[in-house]
Design a protein around this ligand. Structure first.
Ligand code: PMV
Length: 314
């Protein structure tokens, strides 16, 4: 018999409304998508990543979770269809799937909440700051809301850090067709989150924009709960404008959003921005894909609201 091995698969996500402002505790909505990270782990004295000795320093998400669980070494294999640094939650999917695999191997609770908490902690540690939206939606699946009005959601758990409070809930999602357009430009989340923090700290105008994005996320959630995709799309497009004003968009993202809009209810960047991906809500996915491709982006029709992370022994 070989060593025990455990595996966990966790989905990536799109943020429908409220990235960046959610870091400050404003409302936001994210959906799990059918792009997945799988982590397989087994005991080892050394830290081995995909068959090679690897640096713990260069893998802060993994090393943080290993530290939290008192592990000095581990053999880890990863397999992913979530493009890295593209605004689709690859680091959260990595942290959540790694947490699920580690917890299973150690015989610990591998519930969505425990994986989401480990994932958030790893993101916070690696990025300097973070909200729990990515890790929560990856662990829980479906649609996840943060600080949403009680009548529109089912409460899940509360996360607190540095005086901020995020009430995580599950939200119902109607049938929606979403097209993701990847600019192919990789952008790290940490520096963009830091840029917004500085801007907001020094500038009252930026602070108002962050508040406005929170109100927009709440309004969009109300439209979504009534299945009003036209109004939800309008909120997404408005959210993109506010994110651009905050300085987290880029010409390539703006180009793809503009190309998608004539065939969409709405479109916006998704995730931290600065490159990465945009998402369009549409009933003409073919036309949106063509428009994105023509502008140099890589389009994907994604299935949103998929199941969250699940772990097991192999
Ligand atoms: O780009 P991603 O997939 O890492 O998403 C980041 C989302 C932010 O709101 C910008 C940061 C966060 O932790 O919520």
């Amino acid at each position: 018999m070989g060593k025990p091995r455990s595996v966990c698969t966790a989905p990536g996500k799109i943020i429908l409304l409220g990235e960046h402002s959610v870091v400050f505790g404003k409302p936001a909505v994210a959906l799990a998508i059918d792009r997945y990270m799988t982590c397989t782990v087994s005991e080892s004295d050394d830290f081995l990543l995909n068959g090679h000795r690897a640096s713990l320093k260069k893998n802060p998400h993994l090393s943080r979770i290993m530290d939290v669980h008192g592990l000095k070494g581990l053999a880890v294999n990863t397999d992913s269809t979530v493009p890295p640094s593209s605004g689709l939650g690859s680091s959260a999917a990595l942290s959540v799937s790694f947490s699920g695999a580690v917890r299973t191997l150690l015989g610990l609770d591998a519930s969505p909440e425990s994986m989401a908490r480990d994932g958030f902690d790893a993101e916070y540690y690696s990025q300097g700051r973070a909200s729990p939206i990515d890790s929560s939606v990856s662990a829980q699946g479906g649609g996840v809301g943060i600080n949403c009005p009680a009548e529109l959601c089912e409460p899940l758990w509360r996360v607190e850090r540095d005086g901020r409070v995020w009430d995580v809930s599950s939200v119902k999602t109607p049938e929606m067709t979403l097209v993701v357009g990847n600019t192919g430009i990789k952008a790290a989340t940490g520096p963009l989150v830091e840029k917004v923090r500085k801007y907001k700290e020094r500038n009252r105008f930026a602070s108002d924009i962050v508040d406005e994005m929170g109100s927009l996320a709440e309004a969009g959630l109300r439209h979504m709960s009534r299945g009003d995709l036209v109004s939800l799309g309008a909120c997404m497009t408005q959210n993109h404008k506010l994110l651009s004003i905050l300085g987290v968009s880029c010409p390539e993202l703006n180009k793809l959003v503009k190309a998608a809009l004539p065939h969409s209810f709405g479109a916006k960047l998704t995730g931290s921005g600065g490159g990465g991906s945009m998402v369009a809500l549409t009933d003409s996915p073919g036309a949106v894909c063509d428009a994105i491709r023509k502008r140099g982006g890589e389009p994907h029709v994604v299935t949103a609201g998929v199941a969250g992370a699940s772990a097991r022994f192999l």
